[in-house]
Write a new protein. Structure first.
Length: 184
């Protein structure tokens, strides 16, 4: 079934989004914006993990990353989707603070999300604030909706080095039975 929501290609100008969550009508739950330094255990890795991924075993984390087939030169962060990420409003997905500090500019900006199995692109707003960093806007909701993502899906956000604009390829895995499978 074809999706009816509007997707942007690189030639379409996105709507203007608020520059700050404080200036918009968005309210973010306190527990979602707290991003402990859960990356400490992975300091020697090129992968960064959101706190909500720590419930996975080391074997499951390795399985997810192997399925994603990340290019060796590209850094990536891993996040587990929560129920709130599937909502039209208050859908803030935290980007691990170390990933943001190491690989993203210290400002609010547009980031292009794409899937390797699709030609579609979604222009999402990346918010950079003193207390947190992450994605939130209608286009992030559309990305989740268009890709039929569910609570518990594990997303690997691969930052594409060398792209003209900040672009991330998102690899999605879902637990089916006792193992993870890569979603197309």
């Amino acid at each position: 079934m074809a999706s009816t929501s509007k997707k942007y290609n690189c030639k379409t100008k996105p709507r203007k989004e608020p520059q700050s969550l404080n200036s918009s009508s968005c309210h973010v739950k306190h527990e979602e914006i707290e991003e402990d330094e859960s990356n400490d255990r992975y300091a020697d890795s090129k992968f960064y993990y959101s706190r909500n991924v720590n419930r996975l075993t080391e074997e499951e984390k390795e399985n997810v990353l192997n399925l994603a087939s990340i290019q060796p030169e590209n850094p990536a962060f891993v996040a587990a989707l929560q129920k709130s990420h599937r909502q039209r409003q208050n859908n803030f997905l935290v980007v691990p603070s170390r990933f943001a500090a190491d690989h993203l500019q210290g400002r609010t900006q547009e980031i292009i999300l794409c899937r390797s199995s699709r030609n579609d692109k979604w222009r999402v707003r990346y918010y950079y604030m003193s207390y947190t960093r992450g994605f939130q806007n209608l286009q992030f909701f559309r990305f989740v909706h268009d890709n039929k993502l569910r609570e518990g899906d594990i997303c690997v956000f691969e930052l594409m080095k060398g792209a003209k604009r900040v672009t991330m390829t998102v690899h999605v895995t879902r637990k089916v039975g006792d193992r993870f499978v890569l979603l197309g």
